[in-house]
Design a binder for this molecule. Structure first.
Ligand SMILES: [Fe+2]
Ligand SMILES: [Fe+2]
Length: 171
């Protein structure tokens, strides 16, 4: 694939992903009453909003068309956030852990690809991978569950995230 096209895909999918992350956290915050938990989530949300702003800038700078699936991801992510929060504290953080696991991989692969092709973008994807790593570790502190239910929940969230990524790269 041509570098230019691949870079467009990277920006398109990352912008959509960050919007999804924002949606998840907003959905969770709509349900969660626990003060310390919601403070933690609000701080993660702030990071995702920074990430989102960066990719919005890049979208303009690189003249990339956003994914047409944007509104779907936004609502879907919000719904997933609601659902995870309704299921409880463990599921809430299990959701973050699962999403971040996929996203860290995703950013790291992009950074590898971008090396020597676009150093600026490479730096951004590396930095964001580190931020998402912090979120994942924070989530893991909550003992996100080794029981069947939470295991299945995490696997489902991971598959869903991967599916959303695949689609957003292309359309
Ligand atoms: Fe992010
Ligand atoms: Fe994150």
């Amino acid at each position: 694939m041509k570098t230019r096209k691949k870079i467009e895909e990277i920006i398109r999918v990352d912008l959509a992903g960050e919007k999804g992350a924002i949606g998840i956290y907003k959905g969770q915050l709509a349900i969660i009453k626990n003060k310390s938990l919601s403070l933690e989530i609000r701080n993660m949300l702030k990071k995702e909003e920074e990430h989102y702003r960066k990719f919005s800038e890049l979208l303009v700078k690189y003249r990339v068309r956003p994914t047409i699936l944007d509104p779907i991801w936004e609502k879907g992510a919000f719904g997933l956030g609601l659902l995870s929060a309704i299921l409880g504290k463990k599921a809430t953080m299990a959701c973050t852990e699962a999403v971040e696991e996929v996203i860290i991989d995703h950013y790291e692969n992009q950074a590898k690809y971008l090396k020597g092709k676009d150093n600026y973008l490479e730096k951004i994807t590396k930095k964001f991978a580190d931020d998402e790593k912090d979120h994942m570790l924070q989530a893991k502190n909550y003992d996100t569950g080794s029981d069947v239910f939470h295991k299945v929940f995490k696997l489902s969230v991971k598959s869903l995230s991967k599916f959303a990524i695949k689609l957003s790269e292309k359309i």
